[in-house]
Design a protein around this ligand. Structure first.
Ligand SMILES: Nc1ncnc2c1ncn2[C@@H]1O[C@H](COP(=O)(O)OP(=O)(O)OP(=O)(O)O)[C@@H](O)[C@H]1O
Ligand SMILES: O=P(O)(O)OC[C@H]1O[C@H](OP(=O)(O)OP(=O)(O)O)[C@H](O)[C@@H]1O
Ligand SMILES: O=C(O)c1cccnc1
Length: 484
């Protein structure tokens, strides 16, 4: 079937079981009952000490555009379930009319804490599970991977080069946005630049050199065409014998015209050795302003290693490993029902599992970041039931570890910052969406709230995410009820 623009609307970007449950609620007469769901993940990716939350902008756009158009209704009518017409009519009226809270893009987040909370008619809350997880899981994963890369090269320029290897077009653009908010400086993807205002950068490929009679000729033509943006790829034939000497000749030619070459790019071979030698050659030629870019299957481990070897690389082009999060290609975020409306009030609900980490956390919850008033550093995150007051007053509180409840700790002299912000109220957007650059700066500020022990790449300290006594007691009560 030919591609049609109507497929760009994401309302049917959901799993069929959501539609089937919506149908069953419609049949049963419960479609308007309210439900509360929370999104969280159980395990941090890449062995990292934190994740960087991303995905909210797309979630907001998606929710605003939720509509079952004629073609979608038509398609649902063809399904083997035989949905009744009344249900299809109800879909026609469908709008998101609920409430949604979320942590902010750029926030550092941890396992088992609510990152997004949806309170809506079950009819609405059920539909959006799949898309919300899809956006949040991927973008948070890539922002976290990018943040690891940023940790090992905090003062260097980071270019995102992954589009050709990304899992298709959406992943390329939203992934590069996630990388940018976590501290990358630019992308090679021109569309992402236009969509999000990310700076766009590009050098040239081997084909430019191969397409000329000689490397020197190729360099000269390129420099004539783009005299203010000259970065030359020096590894097509022989980096040190041909590429770098030819690049030096071109740089001198540019100097004679009052221009400065920007950089050379190394894309193969021993990047530590080649960059050191190339740096020496450039410096000897009086070209210390010419930067060195490296690319070729880089990730945070290789960059860290190259730095340990004294590589002279100023700019890193990172593609495949980042955009595909190749060492862990998914984040396991989940969307779990925590409370449902019955006779006008909310009943907390639990999901039991033989695996203690998979037992869900019942009740409608808030999450607070406890900032020590003296050090201004984050001490722990604290999950409380909505309406618990002691935390807001800054009183001395006791923390429970949800998986290891015997690990108790008390904290005082803290400021409790609520992480969940109101995004939609009764279907209306009430959150003022920050610009991408604001998110990027906000993220950089957030990192400063954490001791370096939590941020290191290898074997970081575990940051505490703990429960209030009331939230903990509720979980215990429900566990006991169900076990009886
Ligand atoms: N000094 C170094 N220390 C550690 N890793 C390096 C070093 N130099 C390069 N690398 C990395 O090692 C890998 C090199 O892979 P490989 O040897 O297959 O490619 P290559 O020699 O660059 O040739 P090509 O890309 O043309 O196939 C890349 O991931 C690269 O980033
Ligand atoms: O290695 P990545 O981190 O994904 O960075 C992007 C790569 O894309 C280009 O190579 P190309 O796709 O032309 O193939 P190559 O690997 O043979 O150089 C570029 O020269 C980089 O090597
Ligand atoms: O501009 C570059 O050098 C570039 C862009 C994408 C992939 N590899 C390299």
């Amino acid at each position: 079937m030919a591609y049609d623009k109507t497929y760009d609307n994401l309302t049917l970007h959901t799993d069929k079981y959501q539609i089937n449950m919506m149908y069953a609620h419609w049949k049963q007469g419960t479609m308007n009952d309210k439900a509360v769901f929370e999104i969280y993940f159980r395990k941090l990716p890449f062995g990292n000490g934190y994740a960087v939350f991303a995905g909210l902008e797309r979630i907001v756009r998606y929710i605003q555009e939720l509509r079952f158009g004629d073609e979608m209704i038509e398609f649902l009518r063809t399904q083997e379930e035989g949905y009744e017409e009344g249900f299809l009519e109800a879909l026609r009226e469908f709008r998101f009319t609920g409430n949604l809270w979320s942590v902010q893009e750029g926030d550092l987040v941890f396992p088992n804490e609510p990152l997004v909370r949806v309170e809506a008619r079950i009819f609405e809350a059920q539909l959006i599970e799949t898309a919300l997880l899809n956006f949040m899981n991927y973008q948070t994963l890539i922002a976290t991977k990018a943040s690891r890369i940023k940790q090992v090269a905090p003062d260097d320029v980071l270019l995102e080069f992954g589009t050709r290897r990304a899992q298709e077009a959406d992943a390329a653009v939203w992934g590069t946005r996630a990388a940018y908010l976590a501290g990358f400086h630019a992308t090679s993807n021109v569309r992402a630049g236009m969509m999000f205002g990310i700076p766009v950068k590009g050098t040239h490929s081997h084909s430019w050199i191969q397409g000329h009679d000689s490397e020197e000729e190729a360099f000269r033509q390129y420099a004539e065409a783009l005299p203010d943006q000259v970065t030359l790829l020096v590894d097509t034939y022989d980096t040190l014998k041909s590429g770098v000497p030819n690049a030096i000749r071109i740089a001198k030619l540019l100097e004679s015209k009052g221009k400065r070459m920007q950089a050379i790019r190394l894309d193969s071979g021993d990047l530590a050795y080649l960059s050191k030698r190339a740096r020496e050659m450039l410096d000897e030629a009086g070209l210390s302003y010419v930067k060195i870019i490296a690319s070729n299957d880089l990730d945070e481990n290789i960059i860290f290693n190259l730095k340990a070897q004294g590589a002279k690389i100023d700019i890193w082009g990172v593609g495949t490993q980042l955009i595909t999060a190749s060492d862990q290609p998914s984040l396991g975020g989940v969307y779990k029902l925590v409370a449902r409306e019955k006779n006008g009030t909310y009943l907390p609900v639990i999901k039991i599992s033989g695996n203690p980490e998979k037992v869900s956390n019942p009740g409608v919850k808030e999450v607070y970041r406890l900032i020590n008033r003296r050090t201004r550093k984050a001490e722990a995150d604290y999950i409380a039931l909505t309406g618990e007051e002691d935390i807001r007053k800054g009183e001395r509180i006791e923390l429970f570890d949800p998986v290891h409840p015997y690990l108790r700790k008390t904290v005082e002299h803290y400021e409790a910052v609520p992480l969940l912000k109101s995004v939609f109220q009764n279907g209306e957007l009430v959150y003022s969406m920050p610009s991408l650059d604001e998110i990027r700066s906000y993220h950089a500020e957030q990192l400063k709230l954490f001791w370096p022990e939590y941020l290191r790449k290898l074997n970081p300290e575990k940051y505490r995410v703990n429960f209030s006594r009331a939230a903990w007691n509720l979980k215990m009560e429900l566990l006991q009820q169900y076990q009886q």
